[in-house]
Structures are given as C-alpha cells and as structure tokens.
Design a protein around this ligand. Sequence first.
Ligand code: NAD
Ligand code: TYD
Length: 355
Amino acid sequence: MEMQKVQNLMVTGGCGFIGSNFIHYILDKTDFGGRIINVDKLTYAGNPENLIEIEKMYPGRYIFERADICDFDVIRELFLRYEVDAICHFAAESHVDRSIKKPGAFIYTNIIGTYNLLETARAHSEQFVLFHHISTDEVYGSLGKRGLFKETTPYRPNSPYSASKASSDHLVRAYYKTFGLPVTISNCSNNYGPYQFPEKLIPLITLNAMEGKELPIYGDGKNVRDWLYVEDHCEAIWTIMNSGKRGQTYNIGGNMEMENIVIVQMICDILDEICFPDKGGPRRNLITFVKDRPGHDKRYAIDFTKLHKQLNWSPMESFETGLRKTIRWYINNKKWVERVNSGEYQSWIKEQYGG
Ligand code: NAD
Ligand code: TYD
C-alpha cells in the first residue's frame, strides 16, 4: 500500500470530468490521508465549480493551482513548492471531434505536457513514489465484429486525439525503461457519469432530449463502445495506484458493449418515463442520422482480465443503473447545466481566476 505513504499527490486535469470525480472519490471514499494538489489550466473543459464542495470540506487537504502542464517552469515550481511525491495525470485535450477540427492543442497538451511532467518527476525522483498515467482504449484502434483489446494489442491510433494519447503512453513507458521512473498506465474505455462536458455522446443526447432538440447520430449509429461508469473507473485507478506493478499497463473496461443507437434510444425512453413530452410524441422522434465522423472507429471492447485477476477489480455499476443515475444527475443539476451551456461558467472563471 505505497499510496498510504504519499503526502502530496498532484492530480492534473482535476477540474475535468474524470479528474473531478476522482478527487471526490479519493477524498470522500478512500483512506488517503495526504494532500491533493489539483493542477488545471481551465480550458473550456475545466470547471472548478465541480469541486466547490470539496474546497469547503477539505481546506488544507485540497489545493487548486491554475497552471498549464506545458509550462515547464511553473510545473517545476509547483512540484518543489508542494513537495509532490506522486502524480495522477488526467490533463488532456479529450474530444475526438475537436482533434479532427484542430489537432494543435492535442499535440501540445497530450504530448509536450506529459513530457514536462515526466521530466519534472525524473529530476526529483529520490522521494518520488508513482507517476500514474491515464490513457484510453482508443490507442489500440478499431476492432471488427469480434475480439477484445488486450494490454498486448499493438497500438494503431486513428484520430489525432488517440495518436497524441498513444505518444504520451510511449513516453511514460520509456521513462520507466530508460530512467527507472516508477510508473503505471491505465487504458480505459468510454466513461459516463456526473460532470461530463455536454459535447460527449451521453450528456449531449441527454440534454438535447430534455430540451426537445435534435439527437445527432453519426453514420448508421451501429458503432460500438464499451461503457464504464466513472466511479468504477476511479476505483480502478486507485486500485492500480496502490497495488499495480510498476512499469505495467492495465486495461480498464465495463464489459458493456453498446451500439450508439441503442444508448440514444435508452436515454429517450428513460426521459419519456420521467416526463413525457407535451408535444412531438416520444423523444425517439428527435433522432437524426447525420454525416459520419471521419475515421470513425467501428468498435472498442476491452479485456480487463489482467486487472481483475491480478488486482481483483471488477466494475460494480450496471449500464442501466449507471445511465439512470447519470440522467438524474443532469436533471437535478440544472444550474450547472445552464452555466455550462450558456458559457456563464467561463465568466465566473474569469472573475475568480482572471485570464
Ligand atoms: P476532460 O476534457 O473532461 O478534462 C480535461 C481536463 O484537463 C480539463 O479540466 C482541462 O481544463 C484540463 N487541461 C486541458 N489541457 C490542460 C493543460 N495544458 N494543462 C493543465 N490542464 C489542462 O477530460 P476527461 O474526459 O475527464 O478525461 C481525462 C483523462 O482521461 C484524459 O487523459 C483522457 O484521455 C482520459 N480518458 C477519458 C475517457 C472518457 O471517456 N472521457 C476514457 C478513457 C480515458
Ligand atoms: P464520444 O462521446 O465523442 O466519445 P469517443 O469518440 O471518444 O468514443 O462518442 C461516442 C460515440 O458516439 C462515438 O462512436 C461517436 C458517437 N457520437 C454520435 O453519434 N453523435 C454525437 O453527437 C457524438 C458527440 C458522438
């Protein structure tokens, strides 16, 4: 249980979707006794409002620093000031569609940013316990009808996003092999749950369906993703950080392969059950097939036997219950949704943090 020794855990990208869920999870649900230093640039995807309760509940144990992981001097200064002894690295540009329109930021943040963090950790490695790198199953490319991604599957990334994540994974591995930096890597399937920015499939469809807007489905809607509830992902990460073997990669998945169209239909039906629309009939009428995403990977599916057998982790949430919880969260957090959708959260960030 090496993480129990960690005093100062730097979490990068902690204001994003998975990072903020992870900080909630660590502080509320584990025996971690140290401090968390959340380093986030606050791009469009970062929202410190996700952690407002945490700030109030854990003064001194939760610290937020607005910073860009691409800025080497700032990262080094923070690392020294807080005597960081472990890093859990979430910060990334994470949306495939954006990487198709404008790949530049993906190259800087995902590759150069990761390199900066690795270099900083390497330069001060005496007391350094662990660099845990969060990655994606998308680095493995696309599957046909059968088969699963294993840790040994060759990398074949197809989008600028997945190519930039693949590059960062290789750098992390190289820092272990070449410099002996204590690292672990996890490659996870698609997450869903609270605080996800509404550009990704599940929140986008949920919010559009709530508002009676069109529900865009790329191509024929038969692309398959393997879905995992975000808290299950957080638990898997924490398990790997505590008990994973240094230098190893672990796949994380939900055993929950779903076609996009089926998910969209489920969201429509759950919302109809909660509140049937006044006009226009069932929400499935809002489904609109649109032009396919270029290079759209057909199918992702994860084999997480290694994590299950070696570290005894399995997902707890079923897709049906996880999806219902998620939809409820978006219904119950109307203010969060309004501020994100209207862009008001950005003015709030400007007021609080400048820039
Ligand atoms: P997100 O887009 O919601 O959050 C990313 C966070 O990183 C934001 O808070 C943003 O402000 C911050 N950030 C971006 N650039 C930065 C920079 N240069 N310096 C500092 N902070 C910066 O992403 P997410 O969905 O929470 O994903 C987190 C990690 O998990 C990413 O590494 C992603 O590749 C990986 N991942 C995501 C999924 C998924 O389904 N969302 C699945 C597998 C792996
Ligand atoms: P997304 O949530 O963007 O995650 P990723 O591309 O990382 O898997 O998309 C999930 C799937 O849903 C993917 O096959 C693309 C599809 N999709 C749509 O059909 N319509 C949409 O509006 C979005 C955002 C995604």
